[in-house]
Write a protein that binds this ligand. Structure first.
Ligand code: SAH
Length: 244
């Protein structure tokens, strides 16, 4: 193995939220690999090949990255947000483990600003006490697991961040998630629907669980649910530092 792989996070969207080390790594890359909209964020230049692939082919994409690196390339695998949060970093390590010829791969993971932290900052400090992050997609785990984690997180009074809340292929599950939360937390709990965070068309919609509807979320939305002490001050939402 003569090349190397960097798995980097491009942040939530705004260019100033790309870290300097990720920017430098992209400037040195010979090949950039990732999901189409993320690769589109990388400026083309001489000496750089862009490999954009469709959604849900993470292991193929990871294997492609490992093969290019084995052949001597400086490969950058791009994710949005942070590459370790419901993104490509785990996929590359899974592919490495499954294929012995890649055992010696040199891999660097570079963090990025994940959607929930950018959303929390835009809203105030809703994740200021203990919190958890849950991917609501059931592509890679059964829905029963998601439902169980929602109930237990609510029971433990965690604030929560939900990624991939609602897609066209599974339109009903997010409504079910809201029902579970209403059952466990009551109707007054604050919920923030943060869409296109950090981009010019960012929207933040803060409602109570009683007011929340499934249509308020799509795949460009990260949903934050407060704990039992989360409250508003002025136009901000925050969670106090001490346990309720
Ligand atoms: N690795 C990414 C998450 C990828 S999963 C990260 O760390 O942010 C994709 C999900 O992330 C989307 O469905 C949405 O829930 C969330 N997301 C990513 N960028 C976002 C943004 N700018 N605004 C709101 N949600 C975003």
């Amino acid at each position: 193995m003569t090349g190397n792989i960097a798995i980097v996070g491009l942040g939530p969207g705004r260019e100033t939220l790309v870290t300097p080390e990720v920017r430098d790594m992209l400037a040195q890359a010979t090949d950039v690999i990732g999901y189409i909209p993320y690769v589109a964020r990388v400026a083309p230049r001489e000496g750089l090949t862009l490999h954009a692939s469709d959604n849900r082919v993470e292991i193929d994409r990871a294997t492609h990255a490992l093969q290019l690196a084995k052949d001597g390339a400086r490969v950058v695998v791009v994710s949005s947000g942070d590459p370790g949060v419901f993104a490509m970093a785990s996929a590359v390590f899974e592919a490495m483990q499954a294929q012995p010829q890649f055992a010696g791969a040199e891999i660097t993971v570079m963090p990025g600003i994940t959607a929930m932290l950018a959303a929390a900052a835009a809203a105030g400090a809703p994740l200021g006490h203990d919190f958890c992050a849950i991917n609501l997609s059931d592509n890679l785990k059964p829905w029963e697991t998601v439902a169980r984690r929602l109930r237990l997180a609510a029971e433990a009074d965690f604030a929560m961040a939900f990624y991939n809340p609602r897609s066209k292929s599974r339109p009903h599950q997010f409504g079910e998630a809201l029902d579970i939360l209403r059952g466990a937390c009551g109707p007054d709990r604050l919920v923030i629907f943060a869409r296109n965070v950090s981009l010019p068309d960012q929207t933040l919609n803060t409602v109570t669980l009683g007011e929340a509807t499934a249509e308020m979320a799509d795949m460009r939305t990260v949903v934050l649910v407060g704990n039992s002490a989360t409250r508003r001050v002025g136009k901000y939402v925050y969670t106090p530092r001490s346990a309720p």
